[in-house]
Design a binder for this molecule. Sequence first.
Ligand SMILES: Cc1cc2nc3c(=O)[nH]c(=O)nc-3n(C[C@H](O)[C@H](O)[C@H](O)COP(=O)(O)OP(=O)(O)OC[C@H]3O[C@@H](n4cnc5c(N)ncnc54)[C@H](O)[C@@H]3O)c2cc1C
Length: 571
Amino acid sequence: MVKISRKIRTDILVVGSGLSGIKVSKELADQQHHVLLATKMKVASGSSFYPLKASLGTQVSKDKKDEQTFLSDIEDLSRGMHRQDLAEVYVQEIPERVKEYKDIGVNAKKLEGERKACFAPHSRDIYLLSDWDQIRENVREIFSQYDHLAIMEKTVVITLIKKEQRIVGALLLDEKNELVLVECKAAILATGGFGSIYKHNLNPNDVDGSGHILALEAGASLVNMEFIQFIPGITTPRYKTLFGEHTLMYCHDIVGENGESLLDSFLPEGLSKKECLEIRSTHGPFTHSLESKYFDIAMMKQIISSRSEKGFQLLYDEKLYENQEEFYTVYLNWLKEKNVHLIENEIRITPFAHASNGGVYIDIYGRTGVEGLYAIGELSCNIEGANRLGGNSTGACMVFGKRAAVHCGEYVRGIGVHEISEDEGHAHLEKLFGANGKMKRITASVSDSELKRIEEQAHHIIDKIKEVMWYYGNVVRTEKQLTQALQEISSLELQMDVRLFFQQPASRRLAIKAKNFIKLSQILLQAMLERKESRGAHYREDHPHEDPAFEQRLFVSESQTGTMQFTFLNQ
Ligand SMILES: Cc1cc2nc3c(=O)[nH]c(=O)nc-3n(C[C@H](O)[C@H](O)[C@H](O)COP(=O)(O)OP(=O)(O)OC[C@H]3O[C@@H](n4cnc5c(N)ncnc54)[C@H](O)[C@@H]3O)c2cc1C
């Protein structure tokens, strides 16, 4: 029997320590609640503090008048897929929230003048966040002042426990891979997106969608999952480095292996290469909504046919380094520190998985519909739709981090902690890691060579899923490829003996990741199949137009028997 090593009691369990987890924890600690912050890696991690990017921007409404314009910008870009109430809250509250960055140790510097954020038709104030190591130090220092705020690093939350229809606890795997039972009054998930389910992605490995599965299994719904963003990232000279799309203003071509222009055969009549590149320089992620789409489609079509992942070379004009705007100099100097020069080096790019526009369905307080369960940050459906305006995700961490803290703080005042027995904990584990009767019970310890084989098998499954997702759930999607991908995932599922993986402490994390990846990849691929049209970040080569018949959001939920349900709704 797998052993539960200890029990912890707290008021609120916060899962994740990106911007949203840090914000909500600090707010709750200020309200004098007992908080346990569990995070997969170290404090100040996730996409918020991804080391291979120079800075993060937050877009802020200029004034009351701009709130309406900002709302219209979000609405237009979302292609009907966003939630108006969440967007309204955002544009109203972000000017106040941005002032609170300093309270969580984040130095947010306002860019000189106004700038148009990615995809934004109007310019407004942008605050730049940077210096991840300093922020981490600051957060540690700030958190150390609260003796009722405990932190568990290198800890994975593997399941939430419900009683009488409300969240009462969770099971965690701590840094020694031992199981810990947590009793709590509420849980706030702040686990970020799921980019690392793709082979090439611009996320750290801890951003793997495990929070989506936790929420789904607890009874929450997911929405807009098909709208995951892909963004060009650098493959050469420094793999996985963030690419500044604004530099495309100075790019005159993108070429393949033999120097042939990639765009020549893709551009429709009336759209020049220069025009395509200029439009492409205004937004990071791919979108079907703009004529620049041919840039990304050309890359992905070539990748699918050649199965080459080397990337495509960009040819730049030397004038690039003469631009003295802060937005350019900050990025180009940061690249220089990484020994990357856009003219002196051969620069290759490819589509990388970036950020997810969809996620857990929430209300304006981050409530999920499951009592005592909140979801904030990129994990939640947030204010985005089929496209996402740049600089709104960081801001949403602050806005909904604050709102969830206020609501949850009130909620826990009125209730007590439920006692959870070890047997109940074990019952949960059995359900998660021993369900199918086909899996055998392992009681004896296994040899080193057997353990190595188990680990290799788990790695193989995880790597295969990432590869399948990158080729078939990327910028160019078709029914044929998505169906084939689902079949490949099913055959990987059959190879996986999750009980065996979980039984051994050393392979427990891999077991959880493999189990979650199987489920998440099936959800994503199925959602991409269901939306038989092209809209924003979702492009179906076999349904290349936006179709009014699909002007509804796609919800995913799990039935009592574990079957996934996909439903288009006007919510
Ligand atoms: C390269 C890049 C550039 C970006 N640029 C911008 C920008 O300029 N402006 C903007 O607004 N947005 C930008 N974004 C998006 C933005 O950074 C993220 O949406 C936001 O930072 C997410 O914050 P978060 O707190 O929700 O999640 P994250 O920062 O991703 O944090 C997630 C946390 O959850 C933890 N975790 C996950 N699962 C578990 C688990 N099961 N148990 C315990 N812990 C868990 C992780 O370890 C991590 O600590 C960018 C994203 C990327 C990748």
